[in-house]
Design a protein around this ligand. Sequence first.
Ligand code: FPP
Length: 283
Amino acid sequence: MTPITHKTLEVPLLAALGPVTPEESRLLEKLDLQRLPRHLAVIMDGNGRWAQKRHLPRIAGHRAGTQTARTTIETCARLHVEALTLYAFSVENWRRPQAEIDFLMQLLREYLRQEMPLIQKNNIRMRFLGRLEELPAGVQNDVRESMEKTAGNQGMVLCVALNYGGRAEIVDAVNAILAAERTSLAGSVPRRVSEEDLSRHLYTDGLPDPDLLIRTSGEMRVSNFLLWQIAYAEILVTETLWPDFNRTRLLEALVEYQKRERRYGGIREDGSEEPKPARVAGE
Ligand code: FPP
């Protein structure tokens, strides 16, 4: 396959992004399209604070957050990012008031229905990461349908982390390995589990590990998100609240990511070649 060069991508890319502001245009000029993160993961935080600042109920912040999700998804798809993972609902989020939980579940279902044309138009394949079997039946149906409808798409993989917990994911992977061992003929011979084995049993099987983790609204925590997969990720925390994280802020984050030197625990030899990651899931 001929590698896509910056030059061949540039014109269709700018057209694909639609009208850009002068600031976005400046950022796009700085961006090396060959060195974008293959996988971008986002902790979408600050919806509640965004609403509070406007004397609105928290749910108004979540609704505004869906617009940011739309822009982020579309921009990443058009920039040819391979995978985007959005943290929509954690295993800890069940501790929120029931009315807010119900609203978030309803909002997600609405979102999946309304955004399907945009998802299809951008050739996006949907995946969901988390203990999906614990979700309300209606949400499970919509989740299944979204995956089925987009299964043949070849573009960006959009992962929505839903009832997701990083520790729960690792526990599920270990249990899946143990279950497979019990049923396999070689089950009586205990074997050592490798990093590759474990990666293959995570919800993210087949995807590259995130290169960049963005957290909005300033908290310096990873909040049980993709604990295994972010081992070598660059972490970028911005004070911007999620509903305000527009396309300009996203492009800024990508430019900032490209300024970072990624060493994966190795040393950089005279600035020429970057050491490769110790391992990448799915490779
Ligand atoms: C964190 O803000 C946000 C969430 C728990 C929910 C994120 C969900 C959406 C943006 C809805 C749509 C999702 C998709 C994938 C379209 P917070 O409530 O913790 O904010 P706070 O820290 O300011 O209270």
